[in-house]
Design a protein around this ligand. Structure first.
Ligand SMILES: Nc1ncnc2c1ncn2[C@@H]1O[C@H](COP(=O)(O)OP(=O)(O)O)[C@@H](O)[C@H]1O
Ligand SMILES: [Mg+2]
Length: 666
């Protein structure tokens, strides 16, 4: 799967970078485009992930805060209750009240009770006897004698003989009895609220009260009455405003309170600092059915964004329970979402700016980098074009300290080597040209001289022989005449050699066995006195192929070699004759190795020149190797020499082994 994706990606990248249209795209553009692609993809992923993370982080932060705020609100709510609890329990334990009950004269306690109620700001502060009949109602002194044991909390205190504190729903009639004013304070007509659950009722007459009932004992700890007190929560903004003040420090955002708190009786806002558009408190409105279901029906804590009255808030709701754990209302706190949206927006904006700046910097770096790379490459390219055009002095200057630099250095080394080779080749060719010009010139000169001298020499030879025949043996002239004949013959030989060399007659080739030719040469020289003390060794390979040569010309070459060797050994030594087949070059090689005096290094270049000889005047013509060279060249062969002064010399004659087919001629 990943591989398939990779393949698709690479293919599309390739298509993108090397379009098939044949449009030439400079390498710098390609590099920049691929960098761009990488930067864009990376930035997009980075931004998508970053924005998502920031969004989630901010929301999580807000939810965490609102959860803590809800805890703070609950603490404030409970501390209010415990304050009432303190007052009620303390008063219930005081002697003046106990004594008044024991003496069945409540009148002596009324003044103290009235004062305490006013001082502590309690809405309700009432004394009953041990059966729940009201003895004194400080909020409504005129009304007494009625039985209040039906009020859950009073009932619980009577039964348990303990102080009971909690939130309670107090019916309208009971409120009415405590004070008509309280009944009025509790009363709400519902205000239409979108999303609220459907209710038959259109009003709320009962009230929700923080209430404490404490038993009153006689001196033997018998129950003689109950003191109960409480504060109506409806339209009482102490708790919600304290929450706003202490938790949110009353901060505003865009003219609205950042933090809000609400107490619901069932689903009705009975105490809140969420404001309507006109700035009044949004009491009488109801909670949405969704929250109601979650918190009241299922008893859960609800945390999330919610539309409250007229703005979006990040909210937390939790149930308010009575002493029997029945859910009777909701405690709510909410933070204006707008603030967090703005934080989120600002953070994302900063993040985007950073990402963008990062992308631009990367792009700039990519540009510089690709310029560096493509610069090196184009320098290399132009240098190689120069070299291709023949300018071997062209060099690529690359100092990038990487493989490109290595490449450039190799390239430069290659160009230097090419240049050196080129110069060597030129020098070599020059030498060869001079050499062949020289040989050609000498050949022409020699041929001219030989031709001119040949005819007069013929005469000298013929007449000197004739004269020698005619003079008698004792003629004093005979000695001189004999010398003339000898020298004339010698001159004739030289002239013939010269003519042979210059004429270089065309070889009459036929399939021949080189070993046979060699043996024939040996049979000619063996009887000569020069060879008497020379040991001849033959090392002939068995099935040597027949090669196409002119046997008499090749014999002349071999004779030259053999005689030269014998002369170099001055009549004693060892001469080795070797034949072999070289399958690589496809040649038949004949190798002459002697143990003679060897050839000096400085003589080597002139060895094959006509008239080059190291022999005394009258002994060598210097034509043997020159003629041999000419013949071997005519046969498309080569002559190689290896020699060491004092040790000996080896001549290797290589002749092509292919038998040439005769075409057209019989
Ligand atoms: N086998 C050899 N050993 C040493 N020197 C040789 C040999 N063959 C030829 N040379 C040298 O090459 C020279 C030229 O030989 P060549 O052309 O046959 O002329 P020449 O034999 O008349 O001197 C000789 O004078 C000799 O110095
Ligand atoms: Mg010779």
């Amino acid at each position: 799967m990943a591989n398939a994706l990779k393949a698709i990606y690479e293919r599309s990248l390739l298509n993108f970078l090397a379009p098939k249209s044949g449009v030439k795209m400079p390498i710098a553009t390609k590099l920049i485009l691929s960098f761009l692609l990488v930067i864009i993809v990376t930035s997009l992923v980075f931004i998508a992930v970053g924005v998502q993370l920031i969004g989630n982080r901010v929301v999580a932060e807000a939810q965490e805060k609102v959860r803590n705020d809800l805890n703070a609100a609950r603490e404030i709510y409970l501390s209010e209750l415990s304050e009432i609890s303190g007052v009620v329990r303390f008063t219930a334990g005081r002697f003046f009240l106990r004594d008044a009950l024991l003496s069945e004269d409540i009148q002596q306690a009324t003044r103290e009770l009235l004062e305490t109620r006013l001082r502590e700001g309690l809405d309700v502060f009432t004394v009953t006897d041990a059966s729940g009949n009201v003895l004194f109602r400080s909020s409504n002194p005129e009304l007494s004698g009625d039985n209040q044991s039906h009020i859950e909390l009073v009932r619980a205190a009577l039964d348990s003989k303990e102080t009971v504190a909690g939130t309670a729903i107090v019916a309208a009639e009971d409120l009415q009895e405590e004070s008509p004013h309280l009944a009025e304070q509790a009363y709400f007509e519902f205000i239409d609220t979108a999303k609220a659950r459907f209710r038959e009722e259109t009003q709320e007459t009962s009230g929700m009260m923080l209430m404490v009932a404490a038993p009153i004992y006689d001196y033997r700890r018998n129950l003689i009455g109950v003191l109960y007190g409480g504060n109506l929560l409806n339209r009482n903004f102490d708790i919600v405003d304290t929450t706003k003040r202490t938790v949110y420090k009353g901060l505003k955002y865009d003219g609205k309170d950042i933090g809000t708190a609400t107490i619901f009786q069932d689903d009705v806002r009975i105490s809140t600092n969420v404001k309507n558009e006109d700035g009044s408190r949004a009491i009488g409105t109801r909670v949405s059915e969704e929250v109601y279901d979650h918190v009241v029906r299922q008893g859960g804590t609800w945390i999330g964004r919610a539309y409250v009255v007229n703005s979006w808030y990040i909210t937390a709701y939790e149930p308010i329970r009575d002493i029997h754990d029945n859910i009777i209302g909701i405690l709510y706190v909410g933070i204006l979402e707008q603030k967090y949206l703005d934080i989120k927006r600002r953070t994302i904006l900063i993040f985007l700016v950073i990402a963008l700046v990062g992308a631009l910097i990367s792009l700039a770096l990519a540009y510089l980098l690709s310029r560096g790379i493509s610069g090196s490459i184009s320098r290399l390219a132009s240098a190689s074009r120069e070299v291709a055009r023949g300018n071997l002095d062209a060099r690529a200057e690359v100092t990038s300290n990487d493989e490109l630099q290595e490449l450039a250095e190799s390239f430069n080394a290659m160009a230097s080597a090419l240049k050196k080779r080129d110069e060597q080749l030129k020098a070599f060719a020059q030498n060869r040209i001079q050499e062949s010009e020289r040989l050609a010139m000498i050949g022409q000169l020699a041929a001219g001289v030989a031709h001119e001298l040949n005819n007069p020499l013929q005469g000298i030879v013929a007449y000197s022989h004739l004269l020698l025949e005619k003079v008698s043996d004792d003629d004093p002239m005979r000695g001189s005449l004999q010398k003339i004949v000898t020298q004339a013959d010698r001159s004739k030989d030289i002239i013939r050699g010269l003519l042979d060399f210059s004429r270089q007659t065309k070889p009459q080739k036929m399939p021949s066995n080189v070993s046979h030719i060699l043996l024939e040469c040996l049979s000619l020289v063996e009887k000569q006195p020069l060879f008497h003390n020379i040991k001849i060794e033959k090392d002939f390979v068995g099935n040597l192929p027949l090669i196409s040569v002119d046997p008499s010309q090749i014999q002349q070459v071999f004779m030259n070699m053999i005689i030269n060797a014998a002369e170099a050994m001055q009549g004693s030594g060892r001469l080795t004759l070797e034949t072999r087949f070289d399958p690589v070059d496809n040649t038949v090689d004949v190798i002459f190795t002697d143990t003679g005096h060897g050839i000096r290094e400085e003589d080597m270049p002139r060895l094959f020149d006509p008239f080059f000889t190291t022999k005394e005047v009258g002994h060598g013509t210097g034509l043997g190797l020159a003629i041999s060279y000419g013949i071997v060249r005519k046969h498309r062969g080569t002559i190689a020499v290896e020699s060491k002064i004092g040790t000996g010399t080896t001549f290797i004659i290589s002749l092509p082994a292919t038998v040439e087919k005769r075409i057209g001629r019989a």
